[in-house]
Design a protein around this ligand. Structure first.
Ligand SMILES: Nc1ncnc2c1ncn2[C@@H]1O[C@H](COP(=O)(O)OP(=O)(O)OP(=O)(O)O)[C@@H](O)[C@H]1O
Length: 300
């Protein structure tokens, strides 16, 4: 079952609808994003992305710098809106969890049936209130540079998303303590972020994202700033947690080894275009083009 589906998503930066159309028609004629930038002055973030992410899968988005990875993931929590296209998210998937407000309340009026046949909403139709609900109850994000609030203690950082939901201090700290334990930081609740190493700070970032119990986890180069050893430990921990939690995780990385290690499927972007989606094995044995083949050719 699909959890997230991007349908014909394109993003042309700093362009009006009419200006974006000019760039999009050049892309449709086969021009690449560098040529479009030279000809029109507009940056192509993404072009005509069609991507279905399954419920419970750990899906990596991989590509070189500037290929559109951050642009793509930021569409899923609507930090960025597309120039055109639709973004379907099945917000009903975890409606039975008693700790979460019913996600279907997000926007019943926009509930419809996506092309996949699943019950999903086009999140681009959400009004401000419904979008706030969606962000609080459906998607959480882990950032490359941790994004912790420096004047809050570790436990306050982890509990932050629950405080926003107006949960009592006792209840939210109990949940935060549980997740700090889960990520291997049981005794640091009263520390401040700047007292922790990078690896520890990112464990706090992970605990904060997990504490909200949201079904979708967005991870934007979450481990890229860490030393290789710590990075490998966090990858292992993520896989172990995912085995138990079965979240839908969209994991951005520019590192093919990381993508192969953690990703059940990998989508490869190049110049804002989605080149191929598949399991590591499919990409290795049947690469769509030379770009994919080059990434995969040394991988066993
Ligand atoms: N705010 C913006 N304004 C204009 N162009 C942008 C903006 N953000 C991104 N772009 C352009 O969109 C394209 C895709 O950028 P994006 O940051 O999504 O790629 P990325 O794969 O995440 O790169 P990196 O790995 O370096 O973070 C690039 O050409 C970039 O210059």
């Amino acid at each position: 079952m699909n959890h997230i589906q991007l349908e014909n998503i394109s993003k042309i930066y700093n362009a009006s609808t009419a200006q974006a159309q000019v760039a999009l028609s050049l892309l449709a004629q086969g021009m690449d994003s560098t040529e479009v930038k030279e000809q029109t002055g507009y940056s192509v973030g993404l072009y005509d992305i069609n991507l279905a992410i399954k419920a419970g899968e750990l899906h990596c988005i991989m590509g070189l710098s500037g290929s559109g990875k951050s642009t793509l993931i930021r569409h899923i929590n609507r930090l960025i809106d597309p120039s055109c296209g639709k973004i379907w998210v099945d917000t009903s998937l975890h409606a039975t969890n008693p700790r979460r407000a019913p996600a279907t309340a997000v926007a019943e009026e926009t509930q419809t049936t996506a092309q996949t046949g699943s019950s999903a909403i086009d999140i681009l139709t959400l009004n401000d209130k419904a979008l706030q609900q969606y962000r609080q109850h459906t998607v959480s994000m882990v950032f490359q540079h941790f994004g912790l609030v420096p004047h809050m203690t570790v436990i306050q950082n982890v509990a932050y998303g629950l405080r926003v939901r107006k949960m009592s201090t006792k209840a939210r700290h109990e949940i935060a303590r549980h997740w700090l334990n889960e990520v291997g930081l049981p005794n640091l609740e009263h520390s401040y972020p700047d007292e922790l190493s990078g690896g520890m700070q990112q464990r706090v970032g992970l605990a904060r994202a997990l504490a909200t119990d949201n079904p979708i986890l967005l991870m934007d180069e979450a481990f890229s700033a860490l030393d290789p050893l710590i990075r490998a430990q966090l990858q292992d921990q993520l896989l172990e947690l995912q085995n138990r939690l079965n979240k839908t995780i969209v994991f951005i990385t520019h590192d093919i080894d990381e993508a192969i290690k953690v990703g059940q499927r990998i989508s490869i972007l190049n110049g804002g275009r989605l080149v191929q989606t598949g399991t590591p094995q499919q990409l290795r044995h049947d690469p769509a083009d030379d770009y994919v083949a080059q990434f995969m050719h040394t991988k066993s």
